[in-house]
Design a protein around this ligand. Structure first.
Ligand code: FMN
Length: 207
């Protein structure tokens, strides 16, 4: 990251490990929107290198875990795009989140969630919203993109106008969340949880 640049720092994370990923294709488009809105975007692309979470190893110097924690800590906001597998969040993503529970990098961090896949991944988004909220993150926006093959072209372009507009709004909401007061984030996060059917009592109070 270039320290001379200004603008909110956004970290993108793709929860799919497969080469040809609809989540990654949408994340690339989201990145372009974020950069157009003035954000400085970094990506974390090493989910497959994070070992299975083990509390006994929480303080161990595992290079991939250290990089993950460092990148989340230095970001002003995080955008996760993750597939739903068998009605639940992809395991690699939950594993990555688990490495942050003890070290706390997600505390009061604005996060936006995407799930691209057959159904639009409502279960994946709900589960991510729940666990991220329990870690103290503010989930400020979420978007499910169903049937991506009908919306993405061969080169990863999005030809569904409603989805393109919703993606722009999601990115805008995340970028805006980096500048607002935390009491505003509490309200937004509470509304997102309600829309996903997640119990709202764990939203961290404003500082
Ligand atoms: C093992 C497996 C389980 C899946 N389970 C679901 C599911 O529960 N809900 C759903 O909407 N899609 C499900 N899908 C389809 C994925 O949404 C679809 O493959 C999606 O494109 C995966 O994201 P990716 O292209 O970014 O890898 C599943 C796919 C696989 C391979």
């Amino acid at each position: 990251m270039n320290v001379e640049q200004s603008g909110p720092r956004l970290l993108t994370v793709c929860g799919s490990l497969q080469r040809r990923s609809a989540n990654r294709a949408i994340l690339r488009l989201a990145r372009a929107h974020a950069e157009a809105a003035g954000a400085i975007v970094e990506d974390f692309d090493r989910l497959a290198e994070l070992p299975a979470f083990d509390p006994d190893r929480g303080d161990e110097a595992i290079e991939s875990v250290q990089q993950w924690r460092r990148q989340v800590a230095s970001a002003d906001a995080v955008l996760v795009a993750a597939p739903e597998y068998a009605g639940a969040i992809a395991g690699a993503v939950k594993n990555a989140f688990d490495w942050l529970v003890g070290s706390g990098e997600l505390y009061r961090k604005p996060v936006a969630l995407l799930s691209v896949g057959t159904s639009g991944g409502r279960h994946a988004r709900r589960m991510m919203a729940q666990t991220l909220t329990w870690q103290g993150a503010y989930v400020v926006a979420d978007l499910g993109v169903a049937s991506p093959r009908t919306k993405l072209d061969e080169r990863g372009g999005l030809h569904d106008m409603a989805t393109a507009a919703a993606l722009r709004s999601l990115v805008r909401a995340l970028v805006d969340a980096t500048t607002g007061p935390s009491r505003a984030l509490v309200g937004v996060a509470t509304a997102v949880l309600a829309s996903l059917g997640v119990e709202e009592g764990h939203v961290v109070p404003a500082d």
